[in-house]
Design a protein around this ligand. Structure first.
Ligand code: NDP
Length: 445
């Protein structure tokens, strides 16, 4: 790392103790940015990096609610409004027991650059709670969401901060959150949340957008090597929103997705994942992946274990951070891996990324590859602002154009900085320069 940036990075780490994921995300971005500061000394003079690493606002609040047996439960809620240089804060809410400030800050920090890459007018933010929706009834989830929004509502708004979904937050949760916002504010402010239902302000393609967008990005990346998804053997981790839609799109482009996972285990289906069955089990029944193996012949279910033990030519990690380590990366590379596309945020450890890059594997970092979700959220905001709703085809074409644009920006930036094919460098520099320019133009705020 450039010595000037390393000193700033060390101060950031010391100011934010105990936030390992945030440290990792900051370090990963700083490692790319030395050459930009050679060309743009004004970024150092304006202390852009120091300002970028300090969120504009951080909100932590109590979320009290009662469970179905009448017991009082207390969770912790977060919203980190990281950077508004390019637009209102924008980023999802994560409900998962592992959530703490360090996770919200890593996600919010990544979101700044991701949102910049989309070219849409959106800043970066993220939020969530250590609430675990798994095993909770609809009524419990509703009471939790209502309590969460009873504090959050005062901090958000269509011109201020626009949350959406992430792990543990899908259409059901967005519905309860939106309902409570409307009730408290007495405003039908569609643009305050994205990921809404189609009949009440949502956008077609938003549910599919992150997974579809990831596959579209990887298809562009494969083209640079004269290849495509057609005929690839793909392994996907996770079986939630991003994973399911990545499976669907990869198979639509001619790949065979042979494995996917949840936090209990993974399935191997050599015939290719049956997307309709997967959706039925995960989205409709809210069941476990094990059920898939019980309902389809020729499917192996492996309890615990790592889905990265299954050979693939394309790997799409779509579950959670740091799920693919250096050892798994080395094994995949030994067995013929061509490309990796991060549908999740920071799913590959720094060691894994180094293994992929050293081996010449095409590697698409999450902040570029999974930006289709937030980009389509911005399209949802556009439709809300004009009280319009677009067709599936039109919206999917917009998503495709945006993903191709992000791919090209990353590839061109990597070329410009003398590291062709380095999408990590291209994404970090491409996103950073847009935000840094806007921050300097807006003065010291
Ligand atoms: P979902 O909640 O729909 O699905 C998450 C999936 O990952 C589930 O299969 C879950 O398994 C698995 N998972 C979650 N945590 C862990 C863990 N600690 N260990 C193992 N498996 C785990 O979330 P999404 O699909 O929305 O999000 C997946 C990733 O994509 C996240 O990194 C998210 O930040 C990122 N992302 C999401 C976007 C979106 O639009 N939704 C946009 C951009 C990025 P189980 O059910 O067993 O918990």
């Amino acid at each position: 790392m450039d010595a000037r940036l390393e000193a700033i990075r060390d101060t950031v780490l010391a100011r934010n103790p105990g936030e390992a994921e945030f440290h990792q995300a900051v370090t990963e971005v700083f490692e790319s940015l030395g050459p930009v500061h050679d060309r743009h000394p004004e970024f150092l003079e304006g202390a852009v990096l120091e300002r970028l690493c300090e969120p504009e606002r951080q909100i932590i609040f109590r979320v009290p609610w009662t469970d179905d047996s009448g017991r009082v439960q207390i969770n912790r809620g977060f919203r980190v409004e990281f950077n508004s240089a390019l637009g209102p804060y924008k980023g999802g809410l994560r409900f998962h027991p592992s959530v703490y400030l360090g996770i919200v800050k890593f996600l919010g920090f990544e979101q700044i650059f991701k949102n910049a890459l989309t070219g849409m007018p959106i800043g970066g933010g993220k939020g969530g709670s250590d609430f675990d929706p798994r095993g909770r009834s609809d009524a419990e989830v509703m009471r939790f969401c209502q309590s969460f929004m009873t504090e959050l509502y005062r901090h958000i708004g269509e011109y201020t901060d626009v949350p959406a979904g992430d792990i543990g937050v899908g259409g059901r949760e967005i519905g309860y959150l939106f309902g409570q916002y409307k009730r408290i504010t007495n405003r039908y402010e569609s643009g305050v949340l994205t990921g809404k239902g189609i009949s009440w302000g949502g956008s077609l393609v938003r549910p599919e957008a992150t997974g579809f967008g990831t596959v579209i990005f990887i298809e562009e990346m494969l083209k640079t090597r004269g290849s495509s998804f057609d005929g690839q053997r793909v392994v996907v981790s996770g079986s939630g929103n991003v994973a399911t839609n990545a499976v669907a799109k990869a198979q639509a482009l001619g790949a065979t997705v042979v494995a996917c996972s949840d936090s209990s285990g993974y399935i191997v289906d050599e015939a290719g994942i049956d997307v309709a069955l997967l959706r039925q089990i995960k989205e409709v029944e809210r069941g476990r992946l094990k059920d898939y193996s019980l309902r389809r012949s020729g499917v192996a279910y492996v309890e615990a274990g790592s889905v990265w033990d299954v050979d693939a030519t394309v790997a799409l990690p779509c579950a959670t951070q740091n799920e693919l380590d250096g050892g798994a990366a080395a094994r995949l590379v030994r067995n013929g891996l061509l490309a990796v596309g991060e549908g999740a945020n920071m799913p590959s450890t720094r060691e894994a990324v180094a293994v992929f890059q050293d081996a010449g594997v095409l590697f698409a970092p999450g902040k570029a590859a999974n930006a289709g979700g937030v980009a389509t959220s911005a399209l949802e905001m556009q439709q809300n602002a004009s009280r319009d709703s677009w067709s599936f085809e039109h919206t999917e074409q917009r998503l495709t154009d945006i993903m191709v644009g992000i791919h090209d920006l990353c590839a061109q930036t990597a070329d410009e900085y003398g590291e062709p094919g380095n999408y990590v460098l291209g994404a970090n520099i491409g996103g950073f320069v847009k935000v840094a320019d806007a921050m300097l133009a807006q003065g010291l705020i």
